[in-house]
Design a protein around this ligand. Structure first.
Ligand SMILES: C[S@@+](CC[C@H](N)C(=O)[O-])C[C@H]1O[C@@H](n2cnc3c(N)ncnc32)[C@H](O)[C@@H]1O
Length: 237
């Protein structure tokens, strides 16, 4: 039985408060709990979307901004990182102090973006999609703010595909990570994490929702025995 709410506005409220509360230890727990592999997964995302000078990218659910910084450093483009949790955004803004004004972090809701239609050439979301209250609302907003031929990339946890790796991962994800979380942060946050992956959509359902929102050329690639999946698509009008 579920301990947490996995849909709708109550989920959104819980998630927002939780990320505000865990913001100060978010980066360090990511590195410790994934042995640094989280950086490799984000690197894969940044390398998947090719940008050219003068283009604009929106990183939704940016958290402390690592994907936004990845794109900013790789390409000469304007990058906006958006997140619902104010304290995650203030950490991203602190990290951004050493860069020029071409990278910006704002507080906002993925389900109701405050941008004109066709504002961006690419939109990314890493480990954020699963946390959104209503996936269809967010996907339709992502489609709206992307320009024609705009690219979308969603990086998200999945259920591992490897039979021998699954039980090892399950033990680590459900027992060890919550233990690390309980020592360094808000314990329920790291109990919510594995449960939210259990309650998340299957790969095919993510692709179907992306297509339903209007995206074309939707496909996905798994990494690390299927622990993480990168979904990509395009707005073709
Ligand atoms: C696991 S963190 C991922 C942060 C970052 N993208 C990364 O790769 O580390 C999930 C983020 O999603 C944000 N989030 C959840 N629901 C959101 C929503 N409706 N709109 C914007 N951000 C949201 C949370 O506040 C949190 O910072």
């Amino acid at each position: 039985m579920a301990k947490f709410i996995h849909e709708g506005d109550q989920k959104k409220k819980y998630v927002k408060q939780m990320f505000n509360d865990i913001s100060s230890t978010y980066d360090i727990i990511n590195i410790i709990s994934s042995f640094g592999i989280d950086r490799y997964w984000r690197y894969k995302l940044v390398n998947k979307i090719k940008m050219t000078s003068g283009q604009k990218l929106l990183d939704v659910a940016t958290g402390t901004g690592d994907v936004a910084f990845g794109f900013y450093k790789k390409y000469d483009i304007k990058v906006i990182g958006l997140d619902i949790a104010k304290k995650m955004i203030s950490i991203a803004r602190n990290k951004a102090k050493k860069y020029s004004k071409n990278i910006e972090f704002i507080v906002g809701d993925a389900e109701k973006l405050s941008f004109e239609k066709k504002s961006f050439d690419a939109l990314t979301i890493s480990f954020g999609f699963r946390n959104i209250g209503t996936y269809d609302k967010a996907l339709s907003e992502f489609h709206r703010v992307l320009d024609n031929n705009g690219k979308i990339a969603i990086l998200e946890f999945s259920k591992p595909t490897s039979k021998w790796f699954s039980p090892i991962f399950e033990f680590y994800f459900k027992k060890i990570i919550p233990l690390i979380g309980s020592i360094l942060s808000r314990k329920d946050a790291y109990l919510y994490l594995p449960e939210s992956v259990d309650y998340f959509l299957e790969r095919k359902d993510v692709c179907d929702k992306m297509k339903k929102a209007g995206f074309s050329n939707v496909s996905y690639t798994d990494f690390t025995f299927g622990v993480v999946t990168l979904y990509t698509g395009e707005k073709v009008e």
